[in-house]
Design a protein around this ligand. Structure first.
Ligand code: APR
Length: 226
């Protein structure tokens, strides 16, 4: 069976990375438009680069958790694709081999001119760091107001899936939050989040708990489906 797994910041919370909208979340200490928008970058590039430098440095210190590991293991019995809103590489480090990043990747950089000039980048990015053509570098992240180029790929994947797992997302940011609407009528939906943003139904199974306990439980239920 084909499984699409939509993940948000909650799946990385138990690895030590802050979510955005929980209490003491990332957006509590920052104005989104100041640190995660093209306007903010134009106004104060150093502030925006520093926001992502701090998150990149922290990412290099943390590890995948049992939820990431369980999803990687799931590939041994099912056709799995992870469609993540997260910019961390914890799914990849856990061993997931098919990961679609809707909002970009923190360990990649590109220049301010071209979305396709992407390169691996694990260091800080500073004002004055330029690509080989002399253009300023920026994080390869989709900022608020910018296009989500992988959305069509994600929609096609969800439309062709028999099972949809949704893990650790408040379902408040579009277009990612609209993906659930593309599920096939008979697709089974497993929602894992301590504060679920949707209600259960005959085809939506809710695990109102942390990812590290909820994801393995949902997977053992899926493995009995055969
Ligand atoms: N296990 C599972 N879920 C958790 C855990 C946990 N241990 N801790 C918190 N959560 C849940 C919260 O209940 C919440 O529903 O994770 C979700 C986090 O929601 P947000 O902080 O809004 O993160 P997310 O949904 O990923 O945000 C989407 O918004 O700011 C933009 O680009 C950013 O990709 C991000 C997007």
């Amino acid at each position: 069976m084909k499984i699409s797994v939509l993940t948000g910041a909650g799946i990385s919370a138990e690895s030590g990375l802050k979510t955005f909208r929980d209490s003491n979340g990332l957006w509590e200490g920052h104005d989104v438009m100041e640190v995660a928008s093209p306007q903010g970058f134009d106004k104060n590039p150093a502030l925006v680069l520093d926001f992502y430098n701090q998150r990149r440095r922290q990412l290099l210190e943390v590890s995948p958790n049992k939820a990431h590991d369980a999803l990687a293991q799931l590939e041994s019995t099912h056709e799995v694709v992870v469609i993540t809103q997260n910019v961390d590489d914890l799914h990849e480090r856990a061993g997931s081999s098919r990961v679609v990043h809707l909002h970009g990747e923190l360990l990649k950089a590109r220049n301010v001119v071209s979305e396709t000039s992407v390169q691996e980048w694990k260091n800080d990015i500073l004002v004055g760091d330029v690509c080989e053509n002399g253009h300023q570098l920026r994080p390869h992240i989709v900022w608020f107001g910018e296009a989500v180029p992988m959305m069509d790929v994600a929609i096609n994947l969800v439309e062709s899936s028999d099972i949809i797992m949704i893990i650790g997302t408040s379902m408040q940011v579009y277009p990612a939050a609209s993906l659930l609407q593309y599920a096939k009528p008979h697709a089974l939906i497993y929602f894992i989040d301590p504060n679920p943003a949707i209600n259960p139904s005959e085809r939506i199974r809710i695990y109102a708990e942390n990812a590290t306990t909820g994801v393995p439980k949902a997977i053992s239920e899926i493995n009995q489906l055969r």
